[in-house]
Design a protein around this ligand. Structure first.
Ligand code: 3DD
Length: 416
């Protein structure tokens, strides 16, 4: 049906999916409820999101809820080929393989749109970009969409601001039970996982430079410090920079930090954060990586231009020997290191992100036709539902306000 790398990997992929299912209790609980109700019955869903074992659980949940599903990856290096094979073997229309060319990347997205989606699910907005551009003929059938990541929401907001967005899109990324957990604790662990798999570097005693102190930067700095590193933060946003300083991290401009860093991780959603001049001022042996969605934060082309020579020294690890003799190691071709050099976030945290995805698709199936084109937020009630389900799955009970306490909070007359 679709196009994958190697069908013989299906059995291995199925075991990885079963592993993920065992650690995604919230999504599995929602799957039980919504598959009985056939919440997405008769709808066609086109998805563009990293093909990992966790995404496979979401894809099979969407199908169990009655939808027809077509899927592609959202980064050339993040597809787990055994998982893609398992999805293909289970009849999912999947177009994804690790290492595909930019041309094939968009070809895959286009194949998923040919089912004529009623709902789109995106991570980085490349699918939304395509259906509003080359394949506009599929727009009329779309009820609405969702967006998984920070930069994707930025792009879609920019489209909406120019009046270009033709259907409602729910910003799943902005749900508290997504960004406060996936972006912080997920990336905090998975980015370091990717760096360690590609280098086996010791973090303790090293200067780790983190560019960007948003949700993702907060996670990476937290976990780097936990491993004994000395953390330096670079920022353009004065409030985020102040937060980093008050958290005890050194804050410097990148021009200064580049001279001190042993390990660099960019997490800004902006292009050209680490450029040729930074690479040329780095110490011999510096390790450079990106944790942002798009591979624009580290100027890899500049590295190729200024290096005397370069070679692959380990999986997902390229050594660049500069004219000054220093060796710089760029990981995963400057692509998102957590998914390209490791497996992405752990299942336990994707559990909440994808619970928000499913609940948002369910909301669109009910209300989407009456929602205006534009970016819509998830609700506080949805966050509470996801958090409650997660706490239940962890066996954690919490307090409940008494009626008297609820009345007190609502009563403005009671003062000192
Ligand atoms: N992302 C990170 N790990 C992932 C995984 N294991 N499966 C699917 C997607 C995964 C990226 C997303 O967390 C998305 O929230 C993002 O890019 O922000």
């Amino acid at each position: 049906m679709g196009k994958i790398k190697d069908a013989s990997l299906a059995a291995d992929g199925r075991k990885k999916i079963e592993w993920a299912e065992s650690r995604m209790p919230v999504l599995m609980k929602l799957k039980e409820t919504h598959s009985k109700k056939k919440t997405l019955q008769g709808l066609r869903v086109s998805g563009c999101l990293h093909v990992t074992k966790e995404t496979a659980v979401l894809v099979e949940t969407i199908r169990a809820c009655g939808a027809e599903v077509a899927w592609s990856g959202c980064n050339p290096l993040s597809t787990q080929d055994d998982v893609a094979a398992a999805l293909d073997a289970s009849g999912i229309d999947i177009y994804a393989w690790r290492g595909l060319s930019p041309k094939d990347y968009y070809w895959c997205i286009e194949q998923t749109l040919r089912i004529g989606p009623n709902l789109t699910l995106d991570d980085g907005a490349d699918l939304i970009f395509t259906i509003h551009g080359k394949l506009q003929q599929y727009l009329p059938g779309v009820i609405g969409g969702t967006e998984e990541t920070t930069i994707g929401v930025h792009r879609i907001r920019a489209m909406a601001a120019e009046g270009k967005l033709k259907y409602p899109v729910i910003a799943v990324n902005d749900a508290e039970t997504k960004s406060d957990f996936d972006n912080v604790y997920g990336t905090g662990q998975s980015a370091i996982d990717g760096i360690i798999r590609a280098t086996n570097v010791l973090f303790a005693g090293k200067n780790v430079v983190v560019a960007g102190y948003g949700h993702v930067g907060r996670g990476i700095t937290l976990r780097s410090r936990g491993l004994g590193a000395n953390v330096i933060v670079t920022e353009v946003n004065p409030v985020n920079a102040l937060r980093a300083r008050m958290e005890g991290y050194t804050v410097l401009p990148m021009d200064e930090a580049a001279k001190l860093g042993d390990i660099f991780v960019t997490a800004t959603s902006v292009k050209d954060i680490i450029t040729a001049k930074h690479l040329e001022s780095m110490k011999d042996g510096a390790i450079v990586s990106n944790a942002g969605h798009f591979n624009v934060e580290v100027d890899v082309k500049a590295a190729e231009r200024i290096a005397k020579k370069h070679r692959q020294i380990r999986d997902n690890n390229e050594e660049y020997v500069l004219k000054n003799g220093n060796r710089i190691f760029i990981l995963a071709e400057g692509k998102l290191v957590n998914l390209a050099a490791a497996e992405g976030h752990p299942s336990e945290v994707m559990d909440m992100s994808f619970a928000n995805q499913l609940l948002s698709l369910a909301r669109l199936s009910k209300e989407g036709r009456s929602m205006k084109p534009g970016v819509h937020e998830t609700s506080k009630e949805q966050d509470a539902e996801v958090a409650r389900l997660k706490l239940d799955s962890m066996g954690i009970a919490i307090d409940k306000l008494s009626e008297e306490q609820t009345r007190y909070i609502a009563d403005w007359k009671q003062g000192t």
